[in-house]
Design a protein around this ligand. Structure first.
Ligand code: BGC
Length: 721
């Protein structure tokens, strides 16, 4: 019997953003894989590198009829967009019983923020800063998906983005590489658990490799170009964190980088991923990404595209049919070596073995388990809690929380939508039976007549306005929505705006008008209830923005990780400083911002401690503690996310004004205080120096601690070698 595959996920104490040695999962070699490889014809090998969609769901520009014929003929080794225990069992039976070698199919699906129980969209979840809860959401998603015949999700999406026009910013974890890395690793652990062969874990797929979140002008699929340094420092860390956490598949991105489409980038797939990081899983293309290289102007034709991709390290072709149509010929003509093809097939078969499919191809196809494990009361309760945690109270003049029994009118174009609550990539998700969305989850609803009425005004973007192929040139709410808010204010109403949307919006007008703004994102299956929980104070909001909200699209890209420039804007009337004539430099709501129904006070930072002789200096491999005492100064219990930022004042290359380097969520009763301690080490001070080596440089640093990137206490220290 095959040795149980234990994924040796090494405990990662701190997520490194650097290029230091990888802790990549090693896949034990399964002797059956080599035996299979020896038996396989060239055509059968190629078949294992082919992934087609079923006709159940449309997630790309082309469909393929006859996929069952392809499977029967050994032309297709994996299938996406098909699920349920019954259906996958039937497809699996065809692969196992009707093909010569009986190699099982790998079933994949976009389980992005839940499968049947849908959690908030990923951008929303990232605003919880609750890494354990995000891991748990992935665990639940895996359990539900695995029970429905799936073994593979196309998640975590690790694309850092500072581009609110880009609709897919909703699918990621915001703008920060450190927070994004923690979340990427947590989701990977959640999906894969500690043993891929269990019937409640699934294979993670790190996507979109790489830098897909930086399309020019925010238009989906558009060109990406940046320095290697910025790429490695800002965009690459979350992908690596997921690989270090054990992720065993990776999806190439649609964009080009430095003139080379990612689907043919040897630099990305072979040099960085499989080389530097020692990645042992397989790389899959994105949907028709291989033959799109013809339109990119990089490949002459489909055959050329297949040759370029395979030789660059891309193991599996999703939907291009380029490998199916041309790989046999390419190997025969010597343009692709059989060794290269074998290596791709070996990687894919190793994963099938690791998932336990070679032991029992039907292990994920159990209708009883499917019924018992999906949309359970516990899963829904958890989704409700995580949805509440993800919401960010952007503004509040005291109108919230609503009082129990208080009559409120619930209005607005998004008040009675059910569909929008799920956002994009809703998998097989459902909305808990709220007949009319948020309106119905708030019990004390009254018509908006009396002049004393408070109004909950639910505004936002229909869900299709974010997600794939959903870029916008405006990040404002639709005009009529702002007009409605204006009209209500004219009537003297107190208005709490609830937002359902999937990108940072320009809320300049609304923030002037509204008494409160609650950013609820697309909150998922239990979202309507979670909104009510927050509005009535059953859950005291604790979310913090993982992405900056600008005052105007003209400020974009605007993010906390920015550099100082040689002419920072310091003097109010200065002309020759880095500023706008018609808009402040500061965002409307900064990264890390988020209010609570209580208030928190921070003590000054205490730096160094009695146990350390170094005082205000870190020496070489030493550490330095920085501490603050946080006090709940309000009248209700609340959770605060205490954030640590560092600035390196002088470097061999310029450094950002603020880099997030740690955070801790603390829950405090009214009047309660807690000391929060962070330990700074040299890894936290490291960066790609001028010669592209990774490490710290001696000199002066600043440390900032607070409840938002623009609301911190600060202190200084030195690093010496
Ligand atoms: C998307 C991927 C997704 C794939 C499969 C593509 O269009 O870019 O994120 O996983 O389709 O549905």
């Amino acid at each position: 019997m095959r040795k149980a595959l234990i994924i040796a996920v090494m405990a990662i104490a701190a997520v490194s953003c650097g290029n230091n040695a990888s802790k990549t999962t090693r896949i034990p070699e399964d002797p059956r894989v080599e035996q299979l490889l020896k038996k396989m014809t060239l055509e059968e090998k190629v078949g294992q590198t082919v992934l087609f969609t079923s006709d159940w769901t449309v997630t790309g520009p082309s469909m393929r009829s006859g996929y069952l014929e392809d499977i029967k003929a050994g032309r297709c080794g994996s299938l996406l967009n098909a699920y349920t225990a019954d259906f996958t069992r039937e497809v699996q039976r065809i692969a196992v019983e009707e093909t010569r070698l009986g190699i099982p199919i790998l079933f994949g699906y976009d389980v992005i923020h839940g499968f049947r129980t849908i959690f908030p969209i990923n951008l929303g979840m990232s605003c919880s800063w609750d890494i354990d809860a995000i891991e748990e959401s992935a665990r639940i998603a895996a359990e539900e998906a695995a029970a429905a015949g799936l073994q593979w999700t196309y998640s975590p999406m690790c694309d850092i983005s500072v581009e609110p026009r880009w609709g897919r910013i909703s699918e990621g974890s915001g703008e920060d590489p450190y927070l994004g890395s923690l979340i990427a690793a947590a989701m990977t652990r959640g999906y894969q658990g500690d043993d891929l062969s269990k019937d409640n874990t699934i294979l993670a797929c790190v996507k979109h490799f790489a830098a897909y979140g930086a399309p020019q002008a925010g238009r989906d699929y558009n060109t990406v170009d940046m320095s290697e340094r910025w790429f490695r420092e800002f965009y690459l860390p979350p992908y690596k964190a997921a690989i270090d956490a054990g992720a065993l598949s990776v999806m190439a991105s649609f964009n080009e980088l430095d003139g080379v489409p990612a689907h043919a980038s040897k630099h990305l797939m072979t040099d960085i991923l499989k080389g530097e990081w020692g990645f042992e899983g397989f790389v899959v293309s994105d949907y028709t990404g291989i033959n799109e290289m013809i339109m990119h102007g990089y490949a002459e034709n489909e055959e050329h595209a297949a040759e370029l991709s395979m030789n660059a390290g891309l193991d599996m072709d999703m939907m291009s049919a380029a490998y199916m149509n041309h790989m046999t010929g390419l190997v025969k003509s010597g343009k692709v070596s059989e060794k290269t093809l074998d290596e791709a097939v070996r990687r894919i078969l190793n994963i099938k073995a690791a998932l336990g499919l070679l032991d029992d191809p039907y292990k994920y196809c159990d209708p009883e388990r499917e019924k018992a494990r999906t949309l359970t009361a516990e899963n829904k309760a958890f989704a409700r809690k995580l949805a509440a945690e993800s919401m960010v109270l952007l503004k509040n003049n005291g109108i919230l929380p609503l009082k129990k029994g208080e009559k409120v009118a619930v209005l607005g174009p998004m008040a009675n939508t059910r569909d929008d609550l799920l956002g994009s990539w809703r998998a097989a998700g459902e909305v808990e039976a709220v007949p009319a969305g948020i309106e119905d989850a708030i019990k004390e609803v009254t018509p908006v007549t009396s002049s004393s009425n408070k109004v909950v005004l639910v505004l936002g973007e229909p869900w299709g306005w974010t997600g794939e192929a959903a870029s916008r040139t405006s990040i404002n709410l639709p005009k009529e929505q702002t007009e409605l808010l204006k009209a209500l204010k004219k009537q003297g109403k107190q208005v709490a705006v609830v937002l359902l949307n999937g990108r940072p919006l320009d809320l300049s007008a609304e923030s002037e008008l509204a008494d409160a703004i609650l950013e609820a994102w697309y909150p998922g299956t239990m979202g309507a209830y979670a909104v009510a929980d927050v509005l009535f104070g059953d859950y005291n909001p604790s979310g913090k923005l993982s992405v900056t909200f600008p005052r105007s699209l003209g400020q974009v890209p605007i993010y906390h990780y920015a550099k100082n420039t040689g002419r920072p804007y310091i003097h109010p009337d200065a002309k020759y400083e880095s500023r706008y004539l018609d808009c402040p430099n500061e965002p409307l709501y900064a990264f890390g911002h988020g209010l609570s129904y209580t208030t928190f006070e921070y003590s000054d930072i205490v730096i160094g401690d009695a146990r350390s002789e170094s005082g205000m200096t870190i020496k070489a491999d030493g550490t330095l503690t920085v501490r603050t005492t946080v006090t709940n100064t309000g009248s209700v219990e609340g959770t605060e996310t205490v954030q640590l930022y560092i600035r390196d004042l002088v470097g061999s290359v310029t450094r950002p004004v603020r880099q997030l380097k740690g955070f801790e969520r603390v829950t405090l009763k009214p009047g309660e205080s807690k000391e929060v301690t962070f330990t700074i080490d040299k890894e936290m001070l490291s960066f790609y120096r001028q010669d592209m080596t990774w490490g710290p440089e001696p000199g002066d640093f600043k440390v900032f601690i607070g409840g938002a990137s623009d609301n911190t206490k600060e202190a200084s220290f030195r690093y010496e070698i």
